[in-house]
Ligand binder design. Structure first.
Ligand code: HEC
Length: 218
């Protein structure tokens, strides 16, 4: 039982991370534009008015690039927005960012300091259509296959519930555009109706959900 809870927790964490990737243009640049660019069009080697300028800035005091992709702890940019930096004063000069803004910047750098969240560039323009094509066979014993189609690639989470609302199975994987299948095995479970939810997640279109029903007969 403990193992199953751990496995579910793991799925949820992986899933959440995939979804939570920080987007530079909509989440990071606005922080710099509101708090930093008034001074940093070159002050102390730092220009913060575009992605490429941020990535190419070498701090005059630190002598290294202010962003070290994948490593917030080694990035002067992060040290300078926290209390008591090793060189000079806390940024923005004369104030401070909120802890949420600081965490967001750290997360963006730790995720690789990308200009766009990774691997969704191709999907960003098309809205998602996500359709459930049912499960076959149905009724089944004890295996069946859920089919669905999507216009984009996305992470999809499957959750199967008993009629009483107990979660009996979760699966989470990345799927491509077009027709897809998820095999389901409910051996060891009682005959009856099971409900399921497919949730597709992608930073480009957010969340979409479809629901289905299936009948296990032994
Ligand atoms: C009012 C002007 C002002 C604002 C606003 C400001 N800075 Fe600075 N910044 C400076 C000055 C002056 C220095 C050099 C002196 C120092 O480090 O205290 C500096 C230094 C830095 C450095 C170190 C570069 C080096 O010398 O190695 C970084 C990184 C930095 N700022 C980032 C930021 C960020 C990020 C923001 C916004 C959250 C910001 N600054 C807002 C004036 C400003």
């Amino acid at each position: 039982m403990k193992l199953i809870s751990l496995a579910i927790l793991f799925c949820i964490i992986t899933f959440t991370n995939t979804f939570a990737q920080v987007d530079y243009a909509s989440q990071i640049q606005p922080i710099f534009s509101a708090n930093c660019t008034g001074c940093h069009g070159g002050t102390s080697g730092v220009t913060l008015n575009s992605y490429s300028a941020v990535m190419n800035s070498t701090g005059a005091q630190y002598g290294i690039k202010i962003v070290s992709p994948g490593n917030a702890a080694l990035s002067p940019l992060v040290e300078k927005i926290k209390a008591n930096p090793s060189k000079g004063g806390r940024m923005p000069q004369g104030g401070s960012l909120s802890s949420e803004q600081i965490t967001l910047i750290e997360t963006w750098i730790n995720e690789g300091a990308n200009s766009v969240p990774t691997s969704i560039e191709d999907d960003a323009k098309t809205p998602l259509t996500f359709a459930l094509d049912g499960n076959y066979p149905n009724p089944f014993n004890p295996t069946t296959t859920i089919r669905f189609s999507m216009s984009n690639s996305a992470t999809v989470l499957l959750q199967v519930y008993s009629i009483r609302g107990n979660l009996v199975l979760t699966k989470n994987a990345q799927f491509g555009s077009g027709s897809n299948q998820i095999p389901v095995d409910l051996h060891g479970l009682a005959s009856g109706t099971y409900l399921y939810t497919l949730t597709a997640h992608s930073p480009s279109f957010g969340i979409q959900r479809v629901n289905g029903k299936m009948l296990l007969i032994k």
